[in-house]
Design a protein around this ligand. Structure first.
Ligand code: TYD
Ligand code: MG
Length: 456
């Protein structure tokens, strides 16, 4: 009787492997994520021999010559910047984002430009047929001679095609649709994604081909499939934006060839994605100029800084108890800040209704947003507007002091990048880092001090 192929239970969240089923993953703590998968054949899939026949070997460090890292620039300067200055040959770049956000459109445009700059491009799609992609390319008015479209999901077939065509750039749209013949489990499972990516990585490294991989994002905002996907690639970019708005933000969350925290802003138009070269406008456009009750904060979303407008409406209570609501903000935090405003900054808020909102539907939950909440409340209460290019960062303590926050440099850089002119921040946060040149830093010690200076 043939021996049954060994199986292993793999956590679909983090990639943890266990010989038996477990309800809760001991590695990442998630429930019901264990799926039985067949073990790959160790011999074929782990081979280090590449399509060009080269193998890698250990060399003394003194013998290794440093190859000059040449970057290829596209015409999309925002895209170049996020990559750290252009496309690095032989790099593996993962682009994640919600469905329909514009990942395929972006990569199609980037492919066409790399092609125009003399590169040979292979665009592999597991989601659309070649004629669908062609239709889209026509709509975007993209054309080129050495630009190949290929509708395929089998990694070995893709590998053969790469061997034949010898392209400079490859796009894989998307990794969740790819299938590696050595693995029995379904496309999109942890082992499939891992094996497909590892094959693609070998192709990229050994042949100096830059490969862009599209990855879908789950509801929680992580790239679907294993975390390890992010560890394997050189660069991870997220393409974000609201489906019903036309603006899109491309962010680097990991980059072996440049800094993270770079963002590129695009607008989705009928003719494809266009760069937004003056991003501050984007954020100021939505804000009413001269409106009271508005303050902008540079908040951290996970590892990423984002700028959000906090809006307040304070109006006298007509009858009974004062009404208080907060959407996108923690209600108890808002109550606390109102109490501090009352006690330490002399604002009479007890007979006022207060409605607060984090604009754009985001949810903010970190202490650094306190100051912007307080300033927006004060602005509405005093009926004095803040300057549209002011940004407020800081935690508020119960004695009315402004307390130090984390990652101040990232927040301020983000504000500077987006065109803000002044940033109010905790005085204690002013040491130990370099301010960006084009922004004025205002260190505050107390809430009363910050309010006085913001409305003077
Ligand atoms: P797409 O690139 O297919 O998204 P993804 O690959 O991330 O799933 O983008 C699809 C959306 O973009 C679709 O809703 C239509 C819109 N779109 C435009 O508005 N203008 C365009 O020129 C193109 C190509 C798409
Ligand atoms: Mg797509």
């Amino acid at each position: 009787m043939a021996k049954k192929k060994a199986t292993v239970f793999v956590c679909q969240n983090c990639g943890y492997e266990s010989p038996k089923y477990l309800g809760k993953c001991p590695s990442c703590g998630s429930w019901n994520q264990m799926v039985e998968e067949k073990l790959p054949d160790k011999t074929d899939s782990r081979s280090r021999v590449t399509i060009s026949g080269k193998t890698s070997k250990a060399e003394p460090i003194t013998d290794i010559t440093i190859e000059k890292e040449e970057r290829v620039k596209t015409d999309l300067t925002e895209f170049n910047r996020v990559l750290g200055g252009g496309v690095v040959p032989g790099s593996l770049v993962l682009i994640g984002g919600d469905p329909g956000i514009g990942k395929s459109t972006l990569l199609l445009q980037v492919s066409a430009q790399l092609n125009q700059n003399g590169g040979k491009v292979l665009y592999v799609s597991g989601e659309e047929s070649a004629s669908q992609i062609k239709m889209r390319a026509e709509r975007l008015e993209l054309r080129g001679s050495d630009f190949y479209l290929y509708a395929e999901t089998e990694v070995s077939a893709i590998q053969e095609t790469i061997e034949e065509l010898k392209p400079d750039y490859v796009v894989i749209d998307s990794i969740q649709t790819m299938h590696h013949a050595g693995i029995d489990s379904a496309s999109g499972s942890v082992s499939q994604v891992r094996e497909s990516t590892s094959t693609l990585m070998q192709i990229a490294k050994m042949n100096d081909i830059a490969i862009f991989i599209v990855g879908h994002v789950t509801k929680e905002g992580a790239i679907a499939g294993p975390r390890m996907l992010e560890h394997m690639v050189d660069t991870v970019l997220y393409f974000e934006g609201e489906r019903h708005h036309t603006f899109r933000i491309l962010r680097a969350v990991k980059n072996r060839f440049g800094s993270t925290n770079e963002i590129g802003i695009f607008e989705m138009k009928n003719g494809g994605l266009e760069e937004v070269l003056n991003p501050s406008q984007l954020f100021l456009e939505e804000r009413l100029s001269g409106a009271t009750g508005s303050a902008v904060v540079a908040a951290m979303e996970g590892t990423r800084p984002i700028l959000v407008e906090i809006q307040s409406l304070i109006s006298p209570t007509v009858f009974g108890n004062a009404k208080r609501t907060a959407s996108g903000l923690d209600y108890s935090r808002v109550s606390l800040i109102m109490a501090v405003l009352e006690k330490r900054a002399g604002l009479l808020l007890q007979n006022q209704d207060a409605y607060l909102k984090a604009a754009g539907g985001v949810k903010l939950d970190e202490p650094a947003i306190d100051l912007s909440i307080a300033i927006s409340i004060a602005s509405s209460y005093k009926e004095k507007e803040t300057r549209p290019t002011d940004c407020f960062i800081g935690e508020i303590g119960l004695t009315g002091e402004i307390r130090r926050v984390s990652k101040i440099d990232q927040r301020v850089n983000e504000a500077a990048k987006l065109g803000f002119k002044r940033v109010f921040l905790p005085k204690n946060n002013m040491d130990g880092w370099d301010f960006p040149e084009n922004i004025e830093i205002i260190g505050c010690t107390t809430l009363a001090d910050a309010i006085r200076r913001a409305f003077s």
